[in-house]
Design a protein around this ligand. Structure first.
Ligand code: HEC
Length: 337
C-alpha cells in the first residue's frame, strides 16, 4: 500500500486496492456490522442475514442509503453447497462462517422477497432481515426496532432528541399520562420521546417476530396485538388502526437531523420509513463517523477531524452513498497515525 501511495501519488486508489484483500471483509467489516444486529451490541455473534447484507453492500458499492428499504439480502453463493437460506433459522450463515470461504468471494445478492416470502413492497432492507426481527421485533411493542435503528444508523440516542413540544395525539394507550399520579412527568418527560416516536413506530404495525416459528411475521392490514396492549393505562390514548407513519420530528429542534425535503415525511409501512431515515443528513454523518472510528481506531477529537468528517459525509452523499469510499477516504486521512 505504501509503495502504491508514493509511486502513483494516488492514495485513494491505494486505499481502494487495500480493500481488495479478502481480510478486509472477513475481519474489520464483519466486526463493523455485527454489533448492529443484536441488542447487546456484541461483536461476538454468528454471521447472519443482517451483517452479511451490510458486507455485500459495501463490496458491491450498493448505495448505502438503501440499507433500510431495499428488496435485498446477501447470502452465500448457492454453488458452495451450504444449507440454503431459511427464513426460520440461521443455519445458512453459520455454515458459511464455518466454511471459511472468504466473504469477498462467497457472497451473492438476492431479492429479499424471493428468500423470505415477503411481498416486495413490504421488504425494508436489513429492518426486515430475520436477524433484525429476532433481535428487535421480538416481544415488546416494536419501539425497540426504532430505538436501535436510530442508535445504530443515525448515531442518536432518544435521550438526545427528546422534544416535549410535539402533539401527543398519536401516543398509544399503553403510556400512562399521569405516571405515579403526576401528569407533569408525562408532559415534561414521557412525551419528549413518545410523541415523536410512536407515530414513526406505527410503520411497523404489521410486523412481529414469531418466537415459535423463529421467523419474521408479517400480517398486512392487521395491526399486531402488541400495538394494542395495556389499553387501560390511558383509555383515550391512540389506538393504532393501520401502518401509516408520520414524522413529527421534521418540525421543532429535530429538523436539525436534516430530513430530505424532497420526501413527504409520512407514508405507510417500513420501506418508506427506511427511505425517510436513510436520506437524512444524520444518517450520512453517522455512517461517516462510524467508518472513521473503525479505520482510525479512535474518536474524532479536534477541529481538523470534525472538518474531515463533514467533508467525507458530503462526499458520501455525492458519491452514491458508497461506504467503501468512506473506508478509503478514512484510511487516507489516518494513514501514518
Ligand atoms: C428517552 C426516550 C423515552 C422517554 C423519555 C420515555 N420513554 Fe417509554 N419507551 C421508550 C422506548 C425506546 C421504549 C421501547 C423500549 C423497548 O421495548 O426496548 C419505550 C417503551 C415504553 C412502554 C412500553 C413498555 C413495554 O414494552 O410494554 C411504556 C409503558 C413506556 N415506555 C412508558 C413511558 C413513560 C410513562 C414515560 C415517562 C415517565 C416514558 N415512557 C418515557 C422511550 C422513552
Amino acid at each position: 500500500m505504501e509503495t502504491q501511495i508514493s509511486a502513483n501519488n494516488d492514495p485513494l486508489a491505494a486505499a481502494y486496492l487495500a480493500m481488495e484483500h479478502s481480510a478486509f471483509y472477513d475481519v474489520p467489516l464483519k466486526n463493523f456490522a455485527a454489533p448492529w444486529t443484536n441488542e447487546e451490541q456484541s461483536l461476538f455473534v454468528p454471521l447472519n442475514d443482517y451483517s452479511v447484507t451490510v458486507i455485500g453492500m459495501v463490496r458491491d458499492e450498493v448505495p448505502f442509503n438503501q440499507l433500510l428499504s431495499a428488496d435485498l439480502l446477501y447470502q452465500g453463493d448457492p454453488a458452495l453447497g451450504l444449507p440454503p437460506y431459511s427464513p426460520a433459522n440461521n443455519d445458512h450463515y453459520e455454515a458459511l462462517e464455518v466454511s471459511g470461504v472468504p466473504l469477498k468471494d462467497a457472497l451473492v445478492a438476492a431479492r429479499q422477497s424471493d428468500l423470505n416470502g415477503l411481498p416486495a413492497t413490504a421488504t425494508a432492507g436489513v429492518i426486515t432481515s430475520r436477524q433484525a426481527a429476532r433481535a428487535f421485533f421480538i416481544a415488546g411493542t416494536n419501539r425497540a426496532m426504532f430505538r436501535f435503528t436510530l442508535l445504530n444508523h443515525l448515531c442518536l440516542d432518544l435521550e438526545q432528541i427528546k422534544d416535549t413540544n410535539r402533539a401527543a395525539d398519536r401516543v398509544r394507550q399503553d403510556i400512562p399520562r399521569s405516571p405515579g399520579g403526576d401528569s407533569r412527568l408525562f408532559l415534561n418527560n414521557c412525551v419528549g420521546c413518545h410523541a415523536g416516536m410512536d407515530p414513526l413506530v406505527q410503520a411497523y404495525a404489521y410486523y412481529d417476530y414469531d418466537e415459535v416459528a423463529g421467523r419474521l411475521l408479517y400480517t398486512p392490514g392487521q395491526v399486531r396485538p402488541k400495538y394494542l396492549i395495556n389499553a387501560d393505562n390511558f383509555k383515550p390514548g391512540y389506538v393504532t388502526p393501520d401502518d401509516q407513519w408520520d414524522n413529527y420530528w421534521r418540525a421543532g429542534p429535530n429538523a436539525l437531523l436534516d430530513w430530505d425535503s424532497a420526501l413527504p415525511g409520512r407514508g405507510n409501512g417500513a420501506k418508506s420509513l427506511g427511505v425517510e431515515l436513510a436520506n437524512s443528513q444524520a444518517f450520512a454523518s453517522c455512517q461517516t463517523k462510524k467508518v472513521f472510528k473503525a479505520v482510525c481506531l479512535r474518536e474524532p477529537v479536534d477541529s481538523a477531524d470534525h472538518a474531515q468528517i463533514a467533508a467525507m459525509s458530503d462526499s458520501f452523499r455525492a458519491n452514491n452513498y458508497s461506504l467503501k469510499r468512506l473506508f478509503a477516504e478514512s484510511a487516507v486521512y489516518c494513514r501514518g497515525e
